[in-house]
Design a protein. Structure first.
Lengths: 247, 603
């Protein structure tokens, strides 16, 4: 049977180091399989999160050879196995232990976004009229599995640590899903501008590139939100200025 | 004295899947202070994995549908050992529960008229499953989560409960630990709702995650509550079989709902070979009719691929045993063939079954729009569990409620696809409502310090055994053993053997060793889950031995047929005064005349 070596980060909030584990690998395996096998056979106390094993729950996010990925959807045959496979936790979030990071910030941020506020039902049975083409766009956003890989790569969070000011791509997608919901009546543009600082995003598209759900985060969610902010806050102002200088 | 943090609530909800979230929302709306604990992060519970849909007789696609048909379908699917009152409430209340989800922001797929679209599923007479592609569970859990976080519920993520507390026979809260730091937590509560899900991890091949270790059933059992129907485990007919690392991962029934067919290696649609009497009237007798059914022809009858799961799973086993299976001991599930019928079939398949397309492409290098999939049965769902009162969901222990997969009754001997997500909503809501009422009507409870201390000490001893067997070895052996001896096909002597094996595994589990420290130590967590797994495995085996017939999910090689006498009672499991597991038979109350008639009319 073939073997491969996995260089896994072991440590906690006080620091850590990479440790090599060599294990048998077989056809079809994904990185999560290897990690769980190592856990069961060589390192019972190795910490990792997982649930579904098929890319639906967003629990098993990690950085594999430096790329943010779901461990359960990363096939070993997509990696060069002649050298050790590096497996480390998402680096943007504080480490808890080994591959497990403290992602609780994300759950707190979500609470700061104004909740869904529906208009009155259209039908007598308390339901609403919406046809498929009205909901296609937000169904794309609602595919999000909250793996937080997009948050992990966003430089505003990763390098600039703007956790108190910027909600990150995941929650811009969430806000977009609410704002574009055909039933919703709340207005989140002021928050987007002042509190959630959509302006910090400079459309590098790094987030979109890592999204395992292939959500077009930047083009479909963030840019339209930026446009809303511009329309609501900057356009009227420009119009007013234009009026005064008389063009 | 154990050190712990204390968080008191009126109502403590254990489990944050669909049922737990729904219960917490309702209890909070009822004016109770509510704590919600979950072993994983919020939004990661099993509910997130559900694919096909939520069963609710809304009649949006076929106006002939109504609660009576849904009720009759559920009873027929459960082979009439269901709690009929639960089946009635479920069928009546599910549509409103779905509407509630829409009002909280769910965006389901739509009909041309702009209403909620519904799809066909096994055992449901009309298109009934409300869905979003093949990611319905995600839509549901996210809606409940996003609504729930604004309802004043306190959520404790990644906390595992080890025991329930009792005060004079009444439930008084729960005690456990947080996984992150390994600290102990005490939750005194006036009422507790168990919403902990299933038991799939007792088996080797399963669609279930590490979380499904039967905690709720085991906690309730040890608190003196009765369990019923533990012999009824659902083996879903279509799990992945290849490559080995994905064995057991689910392939939604929606593949068959959209026209997918099952074939053996000779290319034969073997499902036509054996159509049970109970379903003959409702099943197509030729391929063309079956196809028309999946395409919405209201005069066509369903193809045999959409018979109930227990039956389809056994037919697959039969083919494999007879040497007519696929290369990796499964059979073929083919959706690609619909290109003979539909002009843009590949696009259609990708739109209707996006996750399936993705899953096979990425995990098995198979393009399901071009090639058939290889499938075989996988341990999927637990029909049995905590015995509850139909109206309130209270167990036999005062103040202890249960909802969702860990509770029993609704599904009888076999659950219909889609009936779980609706179960979570209907009975999660009821459990939350009644738990809040109960909490309000009762005084505070006293904490059993002795039990707390004992539980904490027992949880920590594995660290003191530096040398010894690790938890994974024991878990794997149990899974292998249950798969083999108490699996899809059961026979007395194998189950007797299973009981002896469980005894010896219990001894080994009592000596399990873990190393490292208490911070997010997966090995330690696995060690602590072992006793729950062993308890439910024993309950399944004892109940299965007692039921000397074949019915629904329970198939006995030594008693192939259904025995009408066994249709008159449920099998109950309870801890006896001596601590040993006791089995008894509880008669099923007679169906009221109106419901009998409803069933008669829908035969
Ligand atoms: C792949 C798959 C597809 C499915 N598709 C469908 C479908 O299309 N339609 C359908 O109706 N059903 C479907 N089902 C079944 C359905 O999803 C489940 O039965 C249902 O989601 C269970 O919900 P629940 O609320 O009972 O529990 P879960 O959603 O499993 O939640 C259990 C919760 O309890 C917590 N918990 C457990 N033990 C403890 C403890 N000791 N301490 C603290 N917390 C604890 C867990 O952390 C979790 O939060 C599917 C199941 C699977 C696996
Ligand atoms: S596009 Fe914007 S949100 Fe996405 S990674 Fe770049 S800066 Fe961050
Ligand atoms: S938007 Fe994509 S990358 Fe970001 S959390 Fe959601 S699924 Fe993950
Ligand atoms: S385990 Fe669920 S996404 Fe990987």
């Amino acid at each position: 049977m073939a073997q491969a070596t996995f260089r896994i980060w072991r440590g906690d909030s006080s620091g850590g180091k990479f440790q090599d584990y060599t294990t048998d690998v077989e056809e079809g395996m994904v990185v999560l399989d290897a990690v769980l096998k190592i856990q069961a056979e060589q390192a019972n106390d190795l910490s990792t999160r997982w649930n579904c094993k098929c890319g639906r729950c967003g629990s098993c996010s990690a950085e594999i050879n430096g790329n943010p990925k779901l461990m359960c959807m990363t096939r070993l045959n997509s990696l060069p196995l002649e050298k050790p496979v590096m497996v480390e936790p998402m680096r943007t979030f504080p480490p808890i232990k080994d591959l497990v990071t403290d992602v609780s910030w994300n759950f707190r941020v979500k609470k700061t976004i104004q909740k869904f506020k529906p208009r009155k039902p259209d039908f007598e049975d308390g339901t609403w009229h919406m046809v498929q083409k009205d909901v296609n766009r937000i169904q794309e956003f609602r595919k999000c599995i909250e793996c937080f890989l997009c948050q992990d790569v966003c430089h505003v969070l990763r390098e600039h640590k703007k956790f108190d000011e910027f909600i990150g791509p995941r929650f811009l997608v969430h806000t977009a899903a609410l704002e574009m919901h055909p039933m919703d009546t709340a207005d989140r543009t002021k928050d987007l501008k002042d509190k959630h600082n959509v302006g910090y995003c400079n459309i590098t598209t790094c987030c979109r590139k890592v999204c395992p759900e292939e959500i077009t985060i930047t083009e479909n969610a963030i840019i339209p939100l930026k446009e809303r902010v511009v329309d609501e806050y900057y356009d009227p102002l420009r119009k007013l200025v234009m009026k005064i200088i008389g063009s | 004295m154990a050190e712990y943090q204390t968080h008191p609530y009126d109502v403590l909800v254990i489990g944050a899947g669909g049922s737990g979230l729904r219960a917490a929302i309702e209890a909070s709306a009822g004016g109770a202070t509510v704590g919600l604990v979950t072993k994983s992060l919020l939004g990661k519970a099993h509910t997130v994995m559900a694919e096909g849909g939520i069963a609710a007789a809304m009649g949006n696609v076929d106006e002939r549908d109504n609660w009576k048909v849904h009720f009759s379908d559920t009873m027929r699917g459960g082979q009439y050992v269901n709690n009929w009152r639960m089946a009635e409430l479920h069928a009546k209340e599910a549509p409103d529960c779905v509407r509630e989800l829409e009002a909280w922001g769910s965006v389901f797929d739509r009909t041309k008229e702009g209403r909620i679209l519904q799809r066909n599923f096994g055992g449901h007479r009309y298109p009934r499953l409300v869905h979003v592609g093949d990611r319905t569970g995600l839509e549901m859990i996210r809606t409940l989560q996003d609504h729930g976080i604004h309802q004043g519920i306190e959520v404790h993520m990644e906390c595992t409960m080890l025991t329930l507390l009792l005060d004079d026979g009444r439930v008084a809260g729960a005690f456990g630990y947080d996984r992150e730091r390994g600290r102990f937590l005490l939750f005194p509560a006036k009422a507790v709702v168990l919403a902990t899900g299933g038991i799939g991890r007792a088996y080797k091949i399963t669609s279930n995650s590490w979380e499904y270790t039967g905690d709720g059933q085991s906690l309730a059992y040890h608190a003196g509550a009765a369990l019923i129907d533990m012999e009824f485990v659902q083996f879903h007919p279509t799990g992945m079989v290849w490559p080995p690392s994905v064995q057991g991962i689910l392939i939604t029934e929606a593949v068959r709902g959209e026209g997918g067919i099952l074939k053996n290696k000779e290319g034969r649609r073997f499902m036509f070979d054996d159509i049970p009497e109970l379903y003959r009237n409702q099943t197509a007798d030729n391929e063309e009719e079956g196809w028309r059914y999946t395409q919405g022809d209201r005069n066509a009858r369903r193809p045999p691929e959409l018979l109930t799961r227990d039956h389809v799973a056994r037919c697959i086993m039969r083919e494999v045993k007879a040497g007519r299976g696929s290369p990796h001991k499964g059979v073929f599930l083919d959706i690609a063939w619909i290109k003979e019928k539909l002009p843009n079939a590949p696009e259609h398949i990708k739109r209707k079954l996006p996750s399936m397309y993705h899953q096979f492409k990425q995990l098995a290098d198979i393009d399901i729009t071009k090639e058939p999939m290889e499938v075989g049965p996988t341990t999927h769902y637990m029909m049995g569990g905590i015995k509850v009162d139909a109206e309130s969901q209270m167990s036999t222990v005062p103040g202890l409620f249960a909802a969702g997969e860990c509770a029993a009754g609704l599904h009888g001997a076999n659950r219909l696809g889609g009936n779980s997500l609706s179960d979570l909503l209907v009975f999660g809501k009821r459990a939350g409502h009644h738990a809040a009422l109960f909490a309000k009507s009762q005084g505070s409870t006293r904490v059993d310090e002795q039990l707390v201390d004992r539980t904490a000490n027992e949880a920590l001893v594995p660290f003191e055994r530096s040398a010894g067997e690790g938890p994974y070895q024991i878990q794997h052996e149990l899974q292998e053993m249950m798969q083999h001896n108490v699996g899809i096909v059961r026979v007395e002597h194998e189950m007797e053997l299973a009981l002896r094996e469980i005894e010896s595994l219990k001894q080994r589990a009592a000596k399990v060793a873990v190393y490292g420290n208490r911070e997010f130590n997966n090995g330690w967590h696995t060690a602590l889950d072992l006793s729950n797994l062993l308890t439910v495995s024993e309950a399944i085996t004892r109940a299965a031995l007692e039921r000397k017939e074949s019915r629904g999910g329970h198939f006995r090689d030594d008693y192939h047929d259904k025995n009408p006498e066994y249709g008159t009672f449920n099998i109950m499991v309870k801890q006896g005064p001596d601590g040993a597991m006791q089995i008894s038979r509880v008669p099923i109350p007679e169906l009221p005349a109106e419901l009998k008639q409803v069933i008669e009319e829908n035969k």
